[in-house]
Design a protein around this ligand. Structure first.
Ligand code: 2AM
Ligand code: CA
Length: 266
């Protein structure tokens, strides 16, 4: 690990911690306001926007001039070859956030030429901090992470997620129904960033999802990979946009099972 990477990880963690604090305070406020609002999604949108604003402001102070791609404001153009671009999701797991289900997170990653080199996923509800830098491993609150030792698909616990669009989620669910008989069980927890961290910790043996954006996986996929997972980013498998992360012992079998269940080509 060079000084540059160390610095990137330190900055990512600093910024993610501050953002998590803000997101959590908005959440507390939203609970108080819920009776007075006409639409419950208003406070969530406000929290998303304010949290991304804070991340952008702090990155501009700590890493001046580096472009930032974020879910709310877009951006991120103009990163030259070999230079850093930040990729941020202010609140991943938005529906969980809306309901107060604690599986949501701030995701902050540094990419060079589109490849994640440092990433932090911070859980506002628990304060847990997942982190990784390329080539130096992944940690949860400073403790090194390792994927599970699973070797049998029929004993594997696998996470997934479904699209917001009704027609696509129906097709995904039909594919998952096919898969169900071949696994121990499925989890659908609602945050791509944290589901990837769960693979890193061995809390899941694998995870797959369609239709994710770069900010959903930029930090989490690095954390999973650095913990020993086999990761296929969107575009690397056949089909348009399937992401897969799995412990190596089941990766091949899971990939084949997804294909056979028709989950590559949705
Ligand atoms: P979000 O909470 O920031 O919207 C849910 O399955 C997971 O997928 C969440 O991490 C969610 O991110 C992400 N996601 C991103 N784009 C999505 C989409 N078009 N449909 C469903 N989930 C999406
Ligand atoms: Ca997201």
């Amino acid at each position: 690990m060079g000084d540059v990477e160390r610095d990137l990880l330190g900055v990512a963690e600093t910024v993610a911690r501050e953002a998590a604090e803000l997101a959590r305070s908005y959440r507390d406020e939203a609970i108080r306001q819920v009776d007075t609002k006409s639409s419950e999604t208003d406070p969530v949108t406000a929290a998303d926007r304010a949290t991304e604003r804070l991340i952008r402001t702090r990155l501009a102070e700590l890493r001046p001039g580096e472009p930032v791609l974020g879910e709310e404001e877009g951006g991120g153009g103009g990163a030259g070859a070999g230079t850093v671009r930040w990729v941020v999701d202010p609140i991943d797991g938005t529906v969980n956030y809306l309901y107060g289900y604690p599986w949501y997170a701030v995701s902050v990653a540094a990419q060079v030429d589109g490849v994640s080199v440092a990433g932090v996923v911070l859980e506002p509800a628990s304060g847990r901090c997942w982190a990784a830098e390329r080539g130096a491993g992944a940690t949860l609150d400073g403790v090194p992470l390792r994927v599970s030792a699973a070797e049998r698909l029929d004993l594997a616990l696998v996470g997934t997620g479904f699209a917001y669009r009704p027609d696509r989620r129906r097709r995904q669910a039909a594919g998952v129904a096919e898969l169900m008989g071949r696994l121990r069980d499925i989890r659908r927890s609602g945050s791509a960033a944290l589901d990837l961290c769960a693979v890193a910790a061995g809390w899941l043996d694998g995870y797959f999802e369609h239709g994710l954006s770069r900010w959903d996986w930029a930090a989490g996929a690095l954390i999973a990979e650095e913990a020993g997972a086999l990761v296929r980013l969107p575009g690397e498998l056949r089909g348009p946009d399937l992401l897969l992360a799995a412990t190596p012992g089941i990766a091949e079998e899971l990939t084949a099972a997804l294909d056979e269940a028709g989950l590559f080509d949705l």
